[in-house]
Design a protein around this ligand. Sequence first.
Ligand code: SF4
Ligand code: SF4
Length: 71
Amino acid sequence: MITRVDPQRCTGCGTCQEVCPLDVLRLDGKEKKAVIRYPEDCQTCFVCELECPAGAITVGPFRKERPRIMD
Ligand code: SF4
Ligand code: SF4
C-alpha cells in the first residue's frame, strides 16, 4: 500500500495522479502537492513510486494479507 508522499520532494507535477489506475492520489488544491486521498483503494502496483520523477512516493512492499477462504 502507498505509505507516504514526501511534501518536501513533491514538485506537484501530477504524474502520480495520472498514472494511478485506482485514483488514489490527488493534487492538493492550495499547495499543489500530491496527497493520498483514498489509501484503502491502493493495490500496491508500485506504478506511482516508479513514475514519480522526484522520488517522493513510498509504497509498502507487501499487499495487506487477505483472509484465507479455504485450507
Ligand atoms: S509524481 Fe511525484 S512529484 Fe509529481 S505530483 Fe506525484 S508525488 Fe509529486
Ligand atoms: S501503488 Fe498503484 S494503486 Fe497504489 S497509489 Fe500507487 S499507482 Fe495507485
